[in-house]
Design a protein around this ligand. Structure first.
Ligand code: HEM
Ligand code: HEM
Length: 244
């Protein structure tokens, strides 16, 4: 019988529970994600959420409200939130790159992919089979699992660089010719055609990132429940605990 609700529930664990505690395996944990990586992860997730909502509304504006536009300034606030989050997102990415140099080896996983390692590709196949419910047990990983790493490298990192380049190129149009944004990012617009093309690609990039986020959150929660190690709490505490 469980001690829960018994008159002795305040006392030390007794009976069956005590036996269960005694026979429980020791939980092993490894410190994986350092504080700057975790802080960056959640700030970045918030910035992308703001960027996707405001970006969507820039392309598909709300129905117009009556009166002088500058009095209610709805699009102004939406664009301001987009640009402010855009700066946070871009500066965050540069800061995250810096941490790849000074942080632990897990901090580098986002920026590198061992494409020439046969073992790596073998692990990618194993994880694919696991996600497709074809094998009963996944591998055990201290850092990112190999499939997640590939998704983060191609679908997050390079998509983010693309969004920063196209975003600041559009932003340079507002700041004007000769501005710092024009000097640094102005070349993107003629490269892609003209302004409207950049708008279209920037918007398509948003959908690509949204697909990544949906799969990423699904995989994180699924792995947490079905996998062999802690996942979501690892991005909060930094520690990876192993269930076996
Ligand atoms: C995750 C990153 C981002 C997402 C999901 C995103 C999304 C969007 C979307 C959907 C649009 C509307 C495109 C259209 O249909 O015309 C847009 C416009 C724009 N975005 Fe972004 N964006 C991101 C990052 C950035 C960054 C880093 C900047 C840099 C400041 C930026 C600056 C702009 C500008 C200037 C516009 C055009 C605003 C206008 O024409 O009024 N974006 N964004
Ligand atoms: C806009 C939303 C999000 C984006 C763009 C995003 C992106 C990322 C990226 C790039 C990493 C790699 C971190 C690194 O190596 O530096 C990561 C890791 C991680 N994210 Fe997210 N994330 C988002 C939202 C979330 C949410 C909502 C959750 C929780 C359910 C989550 C859980 C995790 C976990 C657990 C890891 C570590 C995975 C592992 O240990 O292998 N993420 N995320």
């Amino acid at each position: 019988m469980s001690s829960l609700g018994s008159p002795h529930s305040q006392a030390a664990v007794t009976g069956v529970d005590a036996e269960a505690v005694a026979s429980a395996r020791t939980i092993r944990s490894v410190y994986v994600y350092e504080a700057p990586v975790r802080l960056w992860h959640w700030v970045n997730a918030l910035a992308i959420t703001v960027l996707a909502v405001t970006g969507y509304l820039i392309g598909q504006p709300l129905p117009s409200v009556s009166g002088e536009a500058s009095h209610h300034y709805v699009m102004g606030y939406i664009r301001f939130a987009h640009f402010a989050a855009g700066y946070v997102f871009a500066v965050g990415l540069v800061a995250r790159l810096y941490w790849a140099f000074v942080g632990n080896h897990h901090a580098r996983e986002l920026f590198t992919l061992p494409v020439f390692s046969r073992a790596y590709w073998g692990e990618v196949i194993t994880m694919l089979k696991w996600y497709l419910f074809l094998i009963p047990k996944p591998g055990q990983y201290v850092g990112h699992n190999p499939l997640a790493r590939m998704a983060m490298f191609f679908c997050f990192l390079w998509m983010s660089v693309f969004m920063v380049l196209t975003g600041f190129a559009l932003y340079s149009e507002g700041l004007g010719m000769g501005s710092w944004a024009d000097t640094l990012f102005g070349w993107v617009i003629p490269l892609m055609g003209q302004s409207q093309d950049v708008h279209t690609y920037h918007r398509l990039g948003m959908w690509a990132l949204i697909v990544f986020v949906i799969l990423h959150v699904y995989a994180a929660i699924r792995e947490d429940i079905m996998g062999r190690q802690s996942i979501v709490s690892t991005m909060i505490s930094g520690h990876r605990t192993f269930k076996e």
